[in-house]
Design a protein. Structure first.
Length: 119
């Protein structure tokens, strides 16, 4: 997640809202690692304490789990999709964009594949 994806958050609540939205929308999948507090503070130009407060709020809500040496990760069941699905979806989007395949065509391919596996 980079600052260019949305307006720059300035407060811990803003940061928590940004990550909360990314988790709930599936942009960040279950088990996916969040940047360190230090990196988040640097990326968004806020104090480390502000970033840490945002991460604590997300942890209190059960959206992330923080473990020493393992970092902060999206909690199981918090996202719309597991990390592997999110990663594969990102790969599909990149491949489609690189090949100049539009959104509707890409979704059509997914629907056709899904239908073939649904039976």
């Amino acid at each position: 997640m980079t600052p260019a994806e949305s307006p720059a958050p300035r407060t811990a609540d803003d940061l928590a809202d940004l990550f909360r939205g990314a988790i709930r929308s599936g942009q960040l999948g279950d088990g996916e690692r969040l940047p360190t507090v230090r990196q988040t503070a640097r990326d968004f130009g806020v104090a480390q304490g502000t970033a840490a407060k945002a991460y604590r709020a997300l942890e209190q809500e059960g959206l992330v789990v923080t473990r020493t040496a393992a970092g902060t990760r999206v909690a199981p069941g918090a996202s719309r999709a597991p990390q592997t699905v999110v990663e594969r979806a990102r790969e599909l989007v990149e491949a489609a964009q690189t090949s100049d395949v539009g959104f509707d065509e890409t979704v059509g391919v997914l629907r056709a594949l899904w239908s073939g596996h649904a039976s």
